[in-house]
Design a protein around this ligand. Structure first.
Ligand code: NA7
Length: 544
C-alpha cells in the first residue's frame, strides 16, 4: 500500500560537523528556537523531514483542515512587529492560511538558511565525557552538539490502523496526515473513511460534497461543536492589535492558553433551565472551551459533566434526521475527556443521501480487501479509502528516533511503562536533551503556540544559565522526575480525563501503556512552577 507522501530529493547541503544546538523539527517550536538561538549568538542547526517549515501545518493538508483555536490567539507573541503587520483572514484559518503564516515567519526572520529540509533524524547518542550529543540523519550525516532539542510536536508520528489486509486494497489510499500536496479530486468516487477525530470531522463534510458516495467508519463518536467560522472583521483585528500585550499576558496566565471568563458556579447549583440557556449561548460562540468552562466542575464531576453531555446529545438528535444515525453519533464518555472537535456542518452532513455511517461497535471491521472494507456483516466497495486514524501521540515522535542517553540508555526502554519526564521538558538519564511540549507538560491541553513559546524561553534561559556559569550539563534527578510524574497523575486523577479511551491516555495505540500524558493543571499554574524551578537555581536538576 502506498500512503501518499512527498518524495522530494534530499537537501543537497552537508551540515557542519558541530553546532551549539541541534533542533529536530521546523514547526512552530523549531522556528522560534532557531530565531532565539541566533539572538543568543549560539550556532544552531534544524533538521526537518518536510520540504518546508510549518510542522503540523505542513503535513496535514487534508480537505477541510483548519486550526480550532482562533488565529489572533494562535500566533506568535515574541515579535510585536510580526503581530502588528500580519493580516489574518479567517477566525479559524485553513491549513493553507496557517502554512502561509509559518512561511512568512521563516522569510521575515530569514530562518531557512539554517534548516536542513528533507532530512530525518534517525539516532542521537550522548557522550558523557564531552557532554555532547551526536545526532545522525537518514543521509548519513552526523552533527555533534552541546544541546539537543526535540521540537517534534505532539501529533506528528501518524498511525495506520491495525487492520489485516491494509496493503491488499487496489484503489487509492490516503492518510490525512500525509495528504498529497497537489490535492485529491474525489469527484464521482465511492470513498470510505476510517476515523472520526478532528481530521475525520473536518474532512468528512468536504469530501461528502465531492464524492459520489461516502461511508464513514466510526469506532468512537466525537463531541463536535460548531466552529461558527467566518472572515475576521477589520475592527476586531484592530482592537486585538491595540490590546495585544494585555491579551498575551492573559493567555499566559490562563488554563488553556486562551483567556476565558473564570466560572464561579457548579453546574449542579443552577436550575436545568438556566444551565441549558448557558450551554445554548456557549454552543453559539463557536469555541472548543466555551461549554467546558461554563461551570467550575464540568471536567471534574461526572454528574456535572452529564448535564453538558445531555445538552450535546440533544443537539445531535435535533440536527441528524435519521434516529439511528443520531444515536450512533452520540458519545457515551464525558464531554472533553477526548479532544473535542470544532466543525463546519459535521452532523448536518449525515443528512445527505450520499453519506452513510457505519458504527464499528456493532459491526467491527474484519479486514481490508482488494475491493474495500469488510465488516462483520458485509463488505463495502470503494474507489478510495481515507485513513483519518490519528497519531502515536506525544511520545511517538520522540521514541521513533533511537535516542541513547547516559550509559547507552534508550529512551524507548526508559519509557517502556510510560513517558517519564521532569516538567515535560527533560528526562533523567538524558542530559542536555530538551523536549518542547513533551509529555508531562500542558501541551495538547493548551493553545500550542502559548506552550511552545513558554518552553522555548525556559529551555533557552536554562542554556544561558549554564553558559554564564561555565557549566556543561543539565539533567533532572530521578527523585524530581518521579515527584513530577506523580504530580501529573495526581492532577489527572482529580479530573474525568482518565475515563475515556483517548490518545491523551495512549489508548489508541495497542500495547501503549495507559498513562495520562499531558499536565492538566493549566498553563498559568504550570508556568509558575517552571519559573520557580529556575528561580531556585534549577531545583530538581543536577547542573555540572
Ligand atoms: P484522532 O483524534 O486520534 O482520531 C483518530 C480516529 O481514528 C479516532 O476516531 C479513532 O477511533 C479512529 N481509529 C483509529 N484506529 C482505528 C481503527 N483501528 N479502527 C477504527 N477506527 C480507528 O486523530 P485526528 O488526526 O483526527 O486528530 C488528532 C488531533 O489533531 C486532534 O485531536 C486535534 O488536536 C488536532 P478511537 O477514538 O480511537 O476509537
Amino acid at each position: 500500500m502506498s500512503v501518499s507522501s512527498n518524495n522530494q530529493p534530499s537537501d543537497p547541503r552537508t551540515p557542519p560537523a558541530s553546532a551549539d544546538v541541534v533542533v529536530v523539527g521546523a514547526g512552530f517550536s523549531g522556528m522560534y528556537l532557531l530565531h532565539r538561538l541566533r539572538a543568543m549568538n549560539l550556532s544552531a542547526i534544524v533538521f526537518e523531514a518536510g520540504t518546508d517549515v510549518g510542522g503540523t501545518w505542513y503535513w496535514n493538508r487534508y480537505p477541510g483542515a483548519r486550526v480550532d483555536v482562533e488565529s489572533l490567539a494562535y500566533s506568535y507573541s515574541f515579535s510585536e512587529e510580526l503581530e502588528q503587520e500580519y493580516e489574518w483572514e479567517e477566525r479559524y484559518p485553513t491549513q493553507p492560511e496557517i502554512l502561509r503564516y509559518a512561511q512568512h515567519v521563516a522569510d521575515r526572520f530569514d530562518l531557512r538558511r539554517d534548516i536542513y529540509f528533507r532530512t530525518r533524524v534517525t539516532a542521537a547518542v550522548y557522550d558523557e565525557n564531552h557532554a555532547t550529543w551526536t545526532i545522525r540523519t537518514d543521509h548519513g550525516d552526523a552533527v555533534t552538539a552541546r544541546f539537543f532539542v526535540m521540537a517534534t510536536g505532539c501529533l506528528s508520528a501518524s498511525k495506520l490502523p491495525e487492520i489485516p489486509g491494509l496493503s491488499r486494497f487496489q484503489g487509492a489510499t490516503y492518510h490525512t496526515a500525509h495528504w498529497p500536496h497537489e490535492g485529491v479530486d474525489f469527484t464521482g468516487m465511492r470513498v470510505g473513511i476510517i476515523g472520526t477525530g478532528s481530521s475525520g470531522v473536518q474532512s468528512i463534510p468536504v469530501i461528502a460534497e465531492q464524492a459520489a458516495d461516502l461511508t464513514v467508519f466510526q469506532r468512537t463518536p466525537a463531541y463536535s461543536l460548531p466552529a461558527r467560522n467566518r472572515r475576521l472583521r477589520p475592527e476586531e483585528i484592530a482592537e486585538m492589535k491595540a490590546n495585544y500585550r494585555a491579551f498575551r499576558q492573559a493567555q499566559r496566565e490562563s488554563g488553556f492558553g486562551l483567556p476565558t471568563p473564570i466560572p464561579t458556579q457548579s453546574a449542579l447549583e443552577v436550575s436545568e433551565e438556566e444551565r441549558n440557556a448557558v450551554y445554548e449561548k456557549a454552543w453559539e460562540v463557536g469555541s472548543l472551551v466555551a461549554i467546558l468552562t461554563s461551570y467550575t466542575d464540568l471536567t471534574t464531576s461526572q454528574e456535572a459533566n452529564d448535564t453538558a453531555k445531555a445538552f450535546v446529545h440533544r443537539k445531535i438528535r435535533e440536527i441528524v434526521k435519521d434516529p439511528q444515525t443520531a444515536e450512533d453519533l452520540c458519545p457515551d464518555y464525558p464531554l472533553g475527556t477526548k479532544r473535542p472537535c470544532l466543525d463546519t456542518n459535521y452532523y448536518e452532513t449525515y443528512n445527505r443521501d450520499n453519506v452513510h455511517l457505519v458504527n464499528l461497535r456493532r459491526t467491527p471491521i474484519v479486514k481490508i480487501t482488494e475491493r474495500g472494507i469488510r465488516c462483520s456483516d458485509r463488505e463495502y466497495e470503494f474507489d478510495a479509502i481515507v485513513y483519518a486514524t490519528g497519531f502515536d501521540a506525544m511520545t511517538g515522535a520522540l521514541t521513533n528516533v533511537d535516542i541513547r542517553g547516559r550509559d547507552g540508555l534508550s529512551i524507548k526502554e526508559a519509557w517502556r511503562a510510560g513517558p517519564r519526564t521532569y516538567l515535560g521538558i527533560a528526562s533523567a538519564g538524558f542530559p542536555n536533551l530538551f523536549m518542547i511540549t513533551g509529555p508531562g507538560s500542558p501541551s495538547v491541553l493548551s493553545n500550542m503556540i502559548v506552550s511552545i513559546e513558554q518552553h522555548v524561553d525556559w529551555v533557552l534561559d536554562a542554556i544561558g544559565h549554564l553558559d554564564r556559569n561555565g557549566l556543561k550539563a543539565i539533567e533532572p534527578t530521578v527523585e524530581a522526575q518521579d515527584a513530577w510524574v506523580d504530580h501529573v497523575n495526581e492532577i489527572a486523577s482529580y479530573t474525568l480525563y482518565p475515563k475515556a479511551n483517548s490518545w491523551y491516555m495512549g489508548a489508541n495505540v495497542p500495547g501503549k501503556p495507559r498513562v495520562f500524558m499531558p499536565y492538566a493543571g493549566g498553563v498559568g499554574e504550570y508556568r509558575k512552577k517552571c519559573d520557580e524551578v529556575a528561580a531556585r537555581g534549577y531545583e530538581g536538576f543536577v547542573l555540572s
